[in-house]
Design a protein. Structure first.
Length: 294
């Protein structure tokens, strides 16, 4: 199973637009949106949901009012101020509960339960590009790394069932837990950057991350005409780390126009920008272990 994971050190580099274009260009693939904190691949892919399920994670204390004798012990031991006493009735403010389980251990009546909490929803969908696995994390919920791991497992399972040997994933921005989860078992990590001081700085961080996990990576410089000096600096950096630069793309309003149409930049009538993206897709094939003509 081959897995292309498209990431960037920060948001706004065009990562999702490019992932959608690759999803359009790849002949057979499963598409996966791993940017679970702020998913937006669905805006282009327009998925029709086939199956969905709850994402349960973390824990939160829950007091059984019928067993509670209102002794107040839980409120005393909770270091997070998550337990409230309203007229002798003890309840947990779930938004404040850190899941430490101390109250559960100290309750003399065993009146505190500790169930999994509903943190979001995962989806298996169909799109005009093929199957898509995606999710929505509920507002304020954490554990997005765990949700990414769940989505990756579902994408692999789906690909195996359909006899597809490629997964194209839109990863999360940054270098935190969800990105690290999204990198696992990647065949190739495509790092999308732009020639700015923060673009170079963020690129250095994600390159370090890929090296740490010994994952093959390649760089795509988007909005390459923004700053020639930083474009050169990115090339120098990539050369020093032995990372291939698979292409450059100019700053082009066609990206926004395609977004507004709800299309990938390679859909519809051919444009110079679309042609460049097709060339980059072709450049990626040998790195993904596919023949150059696919
Ligand atoms: S420690 Fe148990 S019995 Fe005491 S107030 Fe809390 S939930 Fe109720
Ligand atoms: S699990 Fe920990 S944080 Fe949550 S209510 Fe109990 S003591 Fe407080």
């Amino acid at each position: 199973m081959r897995e292309l994971v498209v990431i960037s050190g920060k948001g706004g580099t065009g990562k999702t637009s490019l992932t959608a274009a690759f999803a359009h260009l790849a002949e057979k693939k499963v598409l996966c949106d791993l940017d679970v904190d702020a998913p937006d691949l669905h805006l282009i892919a327009e998925p029709t949901i086939q199956r969905s399920g709850p994402f349960l994670s973390g824990h939160v204390a829950e007091i059984d009012g019928t067993a509670c004798t209102s002794c107040g012990t839980c409120m005393e031991v909770c270091a997070y101020g998550a337990i409230q006493n309203v007229d002798g009735r003890f309840t947990v403010a779930s938004g404040h509960c850190e899941g430490c389980k101390v109250c559960v251990a100290f309750c003399p009546e065993q009146a505190i339960d500790f169930p999994d909490r509903l943190c979001g929803t995962w989806y298996e969908s169909e799109t005009r590009f093929g199957p898509m696995i995606h999710a929505q994390l509920d507002p304020g919920q954490e554990n997005s790394g765990k949700l990414v791991t769940l989505l990756k497992a579902k994408a692999r399972e789906h690909a195996q069932q359909k006899g597809v040997d490629l997964i194209v994933s839109d990863g999360a921005p940054g270098i935190g837990c969800p990105v690290i989860s999204s990198l696992s078992q990647a065949t190739l990590v495509l790092l999308v950057t732009e020639p700015t001081p923060s673009g170079l700085h963020d690129l250095e961080r994600v390159v370090d991350l890929c090296r740490h996990f010994r994952l093959p990576s390649a760089v795509l410089i988007n909005k390459a005409d923004l700053n020639q000096g930083y474009q050169t600096a990115i090339h120098t950096f990539c050369q020093s780390r032995d990372i291939p630069v698979v292409g450059h793309l100019p700053h082009d309003p066609e990206v926004t126009r395609a977004m507004i149409r709800g299309q990938a930049v390679t859909e519809g009538p051919e444009t110079p920008f679309g042609a460049q993206v097709r060339q980059i897709w072709a450049n990626l094939q040998p790195l993904l272990g596919a023949p150059a003509h696919t």
